[in-house]
Design a protein around this ligand. Structure first.
Ligand SMILES: [Zn+2]
Ligand SMILES: [Zn+2]
Length: 381
């Protein structure tokens, strides 16, 4: 069970947005992974604080959280597997932090490199769009996506060197960083920065691999299987850890972020967990009632249209909608009735309708006073 978000940030329930931001910043600075390398506890606290901040900074999400707790903001119900939508992982947390407070470099005056000062660089995260249909949203789907990404070079096993071992960088002596001493009127300053020659890796390639040119990685198209759970919405994304670009010279791979885009449907419209559809019926069907076969996202279902149904009335097909992300009962299908009026009539049809036109039950009920009485007068006149 996740902790209460207000408790996590240590703010009152009526705290202002500024208070929330200030409280989060303080915690994030304390527990940031760059400050606490390889500290699992600090990483957990950092993620927890960021998750709380992400909800409480957004007025809509905060209102939902206040009303429904963690369930209102998609927490609690586990989506299962390593790449769940609700799982707030470290890369999400770091991105959220960067978005509002900038790079860590700006805050601590050093380069943010995931806690390491030396060694191979991490590959970049890659973001990909994945279009799904509303039918696929209703059932969940497994998709195979094609991605042209950087993968570890097989010829040199990612080392970048044709002969095998890369050489120690002579500029920094293999340390990956260099010290610079600057004199000023205030005295001597010693600053440490990443070595410009090896870019912090500590090694250089003297005999580049022919396949990758010394990069240790090559661009290749591969297929990746992605399981999309039912109930996703546009903008939801799935984080596939380590499926992004490989790092140069054996560096760890970044993440692949699969961002969902739900295609607009020609007939159905999503309304939360419900789906809406307009159903034109004939005048006799609306007046007499009918059992009709109605298309649904899962196939079709029988709908009972009661006698005397008015245009604009909404009938429900329970359980024919979309399940909430993370599980739970499906929403409903809302069927809005419209009455179709024939544009052409045969002489016999015309005659039969004219016979009904003056019939008492065929005159819409209208007040005698005001707007409708004037309409009546105009027709009568
Ligand atoms: Zn170097
Ligand atoms: Zn290579």
């Amino acid at each position: 069970m996740p902790r209460d978000y207000y408790e996590v940030l240590g703010v009152a329930r009526d705290a202002s947005r500024e208070d929330v931001k200030r409280a989060y910043r303080k915690l994030a600075m304390e527990y940031h992974p760059d400050r606490n390398p390889d500290d699992v506890e600090a990483e957990a606290r950092f993620k927890e604080a960021t998750e709380a901040y992400e909800v409480l900074r957004d007025p809509d999400q905060r209102a939902r959280y206040d009303r429904f707790g963690h369930a209102g903001v998609g927490r609690g119900a586990g989506a299962g597997g390593g790449a769940g939508f609700h799982e707030f992982d470290l890369s999400d947390a770091l991105r959220a932090f960067m978005r509002d407070f900038g790079g860590f470099e700006d805050l601590f005056g050093r380069r943010s490199r995931g806690g390491r000062s030396k060694g191979p660089l991490k590959g970049s995260d890659v973001q990909m769009k994945l279009r799904v249909t509303l039918e696929e949203v209703a059932t969940g789907v497994e998709k195979s996506i094609r991605a042209k990404l950087l993968h570890r070079c097989k010829a040199c096993d990612g080392q970048g060197s044709a002969s095998g071992e890369p050489a120690q960088c002579p500029t920094c002596g293999g340390r990956g960083e260099i010290q610079q001493t600057q004199r000023s009127i205030f005295g001597q300053f010693v600053s440490v920065r990443a070595c410009p020659r090896c870019k912090g890796e500590g090694t250089i390639v003297t005999d580049p691999c022919r396949t990758c040119g010394g990069e240790g990685r090559v661009r290749e198209e591969r297929r990746i299987k992605v399981r999309i759970p039912a109930g996703v919405e546009s903008g939801n994304y799935l984080t596939l850890r380590g499926e992004g670009n490989a790092g140069p010279r054996g560096g760890p791979a970044g993440d692949l972020l699969v961002v969902i885009e739900v295609e607009p449907h020609a007939h159905f419209e999503r309304r939360g967990d419900d789906v809406w559809i307009e159903l034109p019926v004939s005048f006799p069907q609306a007046a007499l009632g009918a059992r009709l076969e109605v298309p649904t996202l899962l196939g079709s279902a029988e709908l009972e249209v009661p006698a005397g149904t008015q245009p604009g009335e909404i009938l429900r097909l329970p359980g024919e909608g979309i399940p909430p992300l993370g599980g739970g009962p499906r929403g409903d299908q809302l069927v809005e009735i419209s009455v179709w009026v024939p544009a052409r009539l045969t002489p016999e049809e015309r005659e039969r309708l004219e016979g009904l036109a003056d019939s008492e039950n065929f005159v819409p009920p209208r007040g005698e006073r005001g707007f409708w009485s004037k309409v009546k007068e105009a027709f009568a006149g």
